[in-house]
Design a protein around this ligand. Structure first.
Ligand SMILES: Cc1cc2nc3c(=O)[nH]c(=O)nc-3n(C[C@H](O)[C@H](O)[C@H](O)COP(=O)(O)OP(=O)(O)OC[C@H]3O[C@@H](n4cnc5c(N)ncnc54)[C@H](O)[C@@H]3O)c2cc1C
Length: 287
């Protein structure tokens, strides 16, 4: 078993994010993706959580099965919105008992039509403290380069992130398309006294409509220059994909050259974009 903050001390990490499949067809897609990506030797992989508990069992099962049945180390995402403290204690306790060592402690956004109460913990920092009390976990948190859409100002968001990081072990960033946002975030956190390694979240723009929708939902700017490059080949999905992958590769290089200690790929349960970027970066292991 492996703790992620310890891995970050030994060198650059490369990690992949998956979500728990909803049905059998999606299960098969994910099983194929895991088989294809495992030989790349990721430092760790993570599994998302449906805020309010919609994937409670599925996230648990997938995390435990990756940890136990593959060579990969898994991190469980967990959100506090919509949960009571007692529910969170039970969920974290089950991970501890199953030998899971890594948890990403998040706020989460419960869908408005879910009809759930807001939850007893108001912010992710409270979940970090709770997870810390319950076991010897490596605890990650989310940070928002652009910043988080609900924050009152960028300064307030950075200060909340710094406070959260005083308690957590490492941050993963929300995705962004311009390296400037990442470097601004790291500089602000350093000014606020945070010296923890800031892992960059990477989402390749392989389909214009879906990436724009996702970017706006999470408060990331989708830059005009990238839109123009994708629109220039807009009639040809293969060419759009190739441009998106080339731009994501350039972003990864800029981040690594600028000192990013880790790259976390939002795979959307597919393997090919991540594999191609890996190859372009020269990271594919020799077979
Ligand atoms: C790497 C990554 C993985 C993610 N995985 C998931 C997932 O699996 N499932 C899911 O549902 N969502 C996930 N999200 C989305 C995340 O849940 C949302 O972005 C959520 O709105 C904020 O989460 P947070 O952990 O940053 O929350 P928080 O740290 O609670 O911050 C939320 C807002 O509250 C503010 N704030 C924080 N502390 C305080 C305070 N003490 N007082 C006042 N304001 C405060 C912050 O500035 C921010 O505006 C992920 C995001 C990232 C970046």
């Amino acid at each position: 078993m492996t703790k992620i903050h310890e891995l970050l001390r030994t060198g650059t990490t490369y990690s992949f994010e998956f979500f728990p499949p909803k049905d059998e067809a999606m299960e098969q897609v994910l099983a194929r993706t895991l088989r294809t990506l495992e030989p790349l030797g990721p430092s760790y992989v993570s599994v998302t959580y449906g805020a309010g508990g919609s994937t409670r069992e599925r996230t648990h099962e997938l995390v435990v099965s990756i940890d136990q049945a593959t060579t990969m180390t898994a991190m469980a995402h967990l959100t506090c919105a919509g949960h009571t403290r007692a529910e969170l204690v039970e969920i974290v306790g089950r991970y501890r008992d199953a030998g899971v060592e890594n948890i990403l402690a998040l706020g989460g956004d419960v869908p408005q039509d879910a009809g759930l109460p807001p939850g007893e913990l108001r912010h992710a920092i409270e979940l970090v403290h709770l997870v810390r009390e319950l076991g010897d976990f490596s605890i990650g948190v989310a940070v928002h380069p652009e910043p988080h859409p609900r924050s009152s100002s960028i300064e307030a968001d950075r200060e909340h992130a710094a406070a959260k990081l005083a308690a957590a072990d490492f941050p993963l960033t929300q995705c962004f398309f311009d390296a400037r946002h990442y470097f601004d975030l790291v500089a602000s956190l350093r000014t606020l006294g945070v010296d923890k390694p800031v892992v960059a979240g990477i989402m390749p723009a392989t389909r214009l409509s879906s990436i724009e929708r996702m970017a706006s939902m999470q408060g990331s700017e989708f830059p005009q220059w990238l839109r123009e490059k994708l629109e220039a080949v807009g009639d040809d999905p293969k060419a759009v994909r190739a441009v998106g992958i080339a731009e994501a590769t350039t972003l990864c290089r800029t981040l690594l050259d600028g000192g990013a200690p880790g790259l976390h790929f939002y795979t959307l349960n597919r393997s090919s974009a991540t594999r191609e970027i890996y190859q372009a970066l020269g990271l594919t292991p020799a077979v």
